[in-house]
Design a protein around this ligand. Structure first.
Ligand SMILES: *[C@@H]1O[C@H](CO)[C@@H](O)[C@H](O)[C@H]1NC(C)=O
Ligand SMILES: *[C@@H]1O[C@H](CO)[C@@H](O)[C@H](O)[C@H]1NC(C)=O
Ligand SMILES: *[C@@H]1O[C@H](CO)[C@@H](O)[C@H](O)[C@H]1NC(C)=O
Ligand SMILES: *[C@@H]1O[C@H](CO)[C@@H](O)[C@H](O)[C@H]1NC(C)=O
Ligand SMILES: *[C@@H]1O[C@H](CO)[C@@H](O)[C@H](O)[C@H]1NC(C)=O
Ligand SMILES: *[C@@H]1O[C@H](CO)[C@@H](O)[C@H](O)[C@H]1NC(C)=O
Length: 918
């Protein structure tokens, strides 16, 4: 795999181009350090409106030295006029040397297909040949991977399957085990269908869908839907695997006690002393073992024999060894089985045994395993499989089985069977909250919005990323170390912030960091502090775990020096007030690699776990709480597609996130079965499927609108429906006497019409302003939408939005003069200062710009300059472990301060230096 990329010359660049007007070059760089190794990469690039059309543009990419690299290009988003807004691009591994930057060109011409990956399809399987490996994907049966064969013709892995183990109940304590009848069940993948990307040049994407079926037929229904995506790049011996499951079981009887991906590794004909196991340790470390070890023995077979085994090389012929060893091989134990368990983010244990029925022997362990595990032989080759963020997603594990047999197994556990089963039952029994009054009263104290039946995990999901590498022979330890880094930090290519900003493809409400004056520089320092503080909190507070990793907590408990992980609505954040938007916008302007990784992990969490993917609530998410799925507020404000948009486009159209965006198009159906206002409704209205429903013009409509706009941009299969609903509802809002200030409208799913709300059937104009409407993506969505439409925006839409922006924080007198009544006491003024700034920018009004900064600095519930803007270490007996504390920080405040700071600087930054504030 380390050989020079000889094939490169054989690639026709696939570009038929004639240089001329309209040529564009865009630089891309690695996010973070230039990687030592790449296995093929996909990235996204934005383009300004009106510049390039797909059928008349040829994309190319070249290195520093001007060498053309094969490039596969496709469109992930279009501007309204049909010109290209976003492209996705794939490049093969860069083997000889990796440059810091590459140049992408867009020329007149058209991109031919870059030859590379060879895809063959038959009735029974899909076979992909990258030039380095050939992988087959059966279309039926239990294997999601048929075989993995190297270019040298060795089958190094086969019958890759998903494995699932469950139990029907859990014993409530150790004594209860004696009288708890537990049914244990084993499941394995059952493939429903396999599809392959239409275009396969540099990269082929194979998508396998199915469920987990019981290995004893009839023992249980097939369940736990999965979709596993395999990305194979030309000339690469690595496969990227994106594994997603949806929980469609019963939390009271389907306890997951092990979830993994398992490969068979053919070892027949390999001497036991030439078989190697590499168990992943810390950083790039490994435990190096041979299945039959010839080191450390009482007699020495010869130094070169010992060294060869440790290096993973084929041993000299046994006839050349010291006979005192070679004659006694039958007495040296054969270690068939190994397992590593990472049951906490702080430690892993390793055990091995000779075979079932014999005791496990403890192998010294460590703290945080990187997870990349190898099984193979010096002459037969083998595979390494790694789970990204292995220790952060504890309880995880790896297992080697039957390494002494003709066929060994390598299993990566996404959920370790050594851990207590995954318990998705509610954390409390309802505490007698059987009436609305009691639930409201409980909310008053724990801030949890409880309702029986709503605390269900049915329909939540989780996505994991793995890499699989194939070898003709056991690789050197340093090479495996390089791959372990690649697995955990897959290299990402990105355009510079200034270029992305210029294209406006992710809006124009953010700008590059501003240090042109002291006040702006102070804000930049604050933003930096907040992001670093959260990075540190993830570690200090161990915000890790199979379902939890990526998320943050909502509010801090100063007395206990701990985030309120156990207090109702103050625990897991579930995107409350848009930390997702803050982190992505902060990444866009700074290009910082640490921020990219933080935002990526958050998006992978919030888009999957906090959201329902199937069933009646598909497209809705769950409000913040102790468990990600427990709170009874199920709303689109949590699913908000805008939260996924940045990652989707930057990643070149991540297909799993694309699928989540598709799911979001069904969100509007939920209004027919679940009324988001049901807890506060007084008119007795009950939803009926297909019938008009009252939706809020912020938390609801902003989420629906973002999904519709994305589908329109992507020209997805439902884009015309999406555009219609978007346009109709926007027209409806523009038509309301009080526009967005009306607060809600009656939405008809059948034709997309938005009529005045039931309280105001004649559209006389009512005032219902909520502090929540504009803090779940609405400013970003409306701003992008108005730019997307340009002069074609529904008449009056811009005006009603500018009105909302101006009047939300205007004086009561101004509100009364405009709407006949004031908006009442509103909060989140700091976050809303970006609405004022938006107005000021559009009206080019310096007075209002100054008002925006006043609201940013002087308000009741945001951060102020008098806050400490630092953290303190708390240690000793006061805390479990030493932690960094900033008790003045809450995630709501961070998200809204961050967004206001970024957008105010971008929109009215010029007014800051001269303003009398703070
Ligand atoms: C590109 O051209 C093909 C063939 O003429 C056509 O089917 C396709 O719609 C065009 N695509 C775009 C984005 O214009
Ligand atoms: C593939 O199988 C899944 C179930 O696993 C099903 O939902 C989907 O409709 C199938 N797709 C096709 C194209 O058959
Ligand atoms: C807007 O209002 C006018 C008159 O009040 C009505 O005719 C029209 O249908 C409305 N349009 C929408 C999209 O609601
Ligand atoms: C859309 O549907 C609603 C509810 O059925 C109906 O009141 C309205 O007249 C329809 N609008 C149009 C333009 O068809
Ligand atoms: C700016 O806005 C203020 C406050 O609404 C208004 O009084 C003033 O006339 C506006 N100035 C300009 C130049 O439009
Ligand atoms: C944090 O800031 C406060 C207020 O500015 C100051 O009094 C305190 O000394 C600072 N603490 C640390 C650890 O820097």
């Amino acid at each position: 795999m380390w050989s020079t990329l000889l094939l490169l010359g054989a690639f026709a660049p696939g570009v038929l181009s004639v240089p001329g007007a309209g040529d564009d070059t865009v630089e891309v760089h690695w996010v973070g350090d230039t990687p030592k190794y790449t296995a093929g990469a996909t990235f996204g690039l934005p383009w300004p409106e009106g510049k390039h059309h797909f059928n008349s543009t040829a994309f190319g990419i070249s290195s520093d030295a001007g060498d053309e690299i094969p490039l596969q290009s496709w469109v992930t988003g279009y501007w309204r006029d049909g010109s290209i807004k976003w492209t996705g691009h794939a490049i093969p591994p860069l083997e000889e040397s990796v440059d810091e930057r590459y140049t992408v060109t867009a020329r007149r011409g058209h991109s031919g297909s870059a030859p590379g990956v060879d895809v063959a399809q038959s009735k029974d399987e899909v076979v992909v040949d990258t030039g380095k490996i050939t992988v087959s994907f059966p279309k039926h049966g239990s294997s999601i991977v048929g075989s993995i064969k190297t270019a040298g013709g060795k089958v190094v892995g086969q019958n890759g399957r998903l494995v699932l183990h469950t139990q029907s109940v859990v014993a409530e304590d150790v004594a209860a085990r004696a009288n708890t009848a537990i049914e244990y069940l084993n499941f394995e993948s059952k493939v429903d269908n396999v599809t392959v990307s239409e275009e396969a040049g540099v990269r082929a994407l194979v998508t396998v869908r199915g469920t987990h079926a019981p290995t004893t037929p009839g023992a249980h229904d097939a369940w736990l839907q999965f979709v596993v995506r395999f990305y194979l790049y030309a000339n690469s011996d690595a496969v990227r695997v994106v594994h997603s499951i949806v929980f469609d079981g019963d939390a009271d009887s389907d306890f997951v006690s092990g979830l993994g991906i398992q490969f068979q590794v053919p070892l027949k004909g390999e001497e036991l002393y030439n078989r190697h196991v590499r168990i992943p340790g810390e950083e790039g470390g490994f435990l190096h073992e041979a299945v039959q070890g010839i080191t450390g023995l009482r007699r020495d077979p010869a130094e070169e024999v010992r060294l060869a085994q440790v290096e993973g090389a084929q041993l000299p012929d046994i006839s050349t060894w010291d006979e005192r060893v070679s004659s006694r091989m039958q007495w040296i134990p054969v270690w068939n089985d190994y397992k590593l368990s990472q049951l906490s983010p702080d430690g892993f244990t390793i055990h091995k045994r000779t075979k079932a029925g014999q005791s496990w022997v403890t192998v010294p362990g460590g703290t945080r395993s990187h997870g990349l595990t190898y099984l193979g032989g010096a002459t037969k080759g083998g595979i390494a499989v790694g789970l990204r963020d292995f220790w952060k997603r504890y309880p995880s594990g790896v297992e080697i089985g039957n390494a002494g047999a003709d066929e060994g197994q390598l299993t990566v556990w996404l959920y370790s069977p050594d851990a207590a089963p995954l318990d998705l039952r509610p954390f409390h029994d309802g505490m007698g909250q059987d009436t609305y009054e009691k639930q409201l009263d409980a909310l008053e104290i724990t801030y949890e919005d409880y309702e029986p039946g709503f605390n269900t995990p049915f329909g939540i999901a989780r996505t994991s990323e793995l890499y699989l590498y194939a070898f003709d022979a056991t690789p050197a330890a340093d090479d495996l170390a390089t791959l372990s880094k690649h697995t955990n930090e897959p290299p990402v290519l990105a355009a510079d912030p200034s270029y992305i900003r210029e294209t406006k493809a992710l809006g124009s409400y953010w700008g590059l960091p501003d240090t042109t004056n002291d006040k702006a520089a102070t804000i930049e320092d604050h933003l930096d502090f907040l992001v670093r503080f959260y990075e540190g909190q993830v570690e200090d507070r161990r915000w890790y775990g199979f379902l939890d990793y990526g998320d943050y907590m909502h509010t801090y408990d100063e007395d206990r020096h701990i985030w309120r992980y156990d207090v109702g609505g103050y625990a897991w954040d579930n995107s409350e007030l848009s930390p997702d938007l803050f982190l992505w916008q902060y990444y866009l302007r700074t290009g910082r690699p640490d921020v990219y990784r933080l935002a990526e992990a958050l998006t992978r969490h919030t888009g999957e776990v906090d959201v329902y993917h199937i069933g009646d609530w598909k497209g809705l998410g769950t409000r913040h709480g102790v468990q990600h799925f427990a709170d009874s507020a199920k709303q689109v404000r949590i699913t908000q597609p805008q939260y996924r948009k940045y990652f989707f486009y930057l990643s070149g159209g991540d297909e799993r996130v694309g699928e989540l965006l598709q799911e979001a198009l069904d969100t509007d159906k939920t209004y027919g079965v679940l009324d988001p206002q049901r807890k506060v409704r007084e008119d007795g209205w009950v939803p009926t499927p297909g019938q008009p429903a009252a939706i809020s013009l912020g938390t609801d409509w902003a989420g629906l609108a973002a999904g519709w706009l994305l589908e329109w941009e992507r020209r997805g299969p439902r884009w015309q429906e999406a555009r219609h609903k978007l346009t109709q509802t926007a027209r409806g809002i523009a038509n309301l006497t009080n526009g967005f200030v009306t607060g809600s409208g009656l939405y008809a799913i059948t034709n997309g019409t938005l009529l005045p709300p039931p309280e105001d059937p004649n559209n006389d104009g009512i005032v219902a302003v909520s502090h929540l409407n504009a803090v779940f993506g609405m400013p970003e969505v409306v701003s992008e939408l108005l730019e997307y439409w340009g002069s074609d925006a529904p008449a009056g839409l811009r005006d009603v939005w500018l009105d909302y922006c101006y009047f939300y924080s205007a004086t009561e007198g101004e509100q009364e003069a405009r709407y006949g009544e004031s908006f009442g006491a509103l909060n989140l003024i700091q976050g809303h200062s970006r609405l004022t700034a938006y107005f000021a920018n559009h009206a080019d009004n310096a007075t209002v710009a100054e008002r925006a900064w006043d609201e940013f600095y002087n308000n009741e519930d945001g951060f102020t300059e008098d806050d400490p803007w630092n953290s303190t270490v708390i240690d000793g007996s006061a805390v479990l472990i030493p932690v960094d504390e900033a008790s003045w920080v809450s995630t709501n405040a961070v998200a809204q301060y961050g967004l206001a700071a970024i957008q105010n600087l971008a929109l009215v930054g010029g007014a800051l230096a001269g303003s009398p504030y703070p």
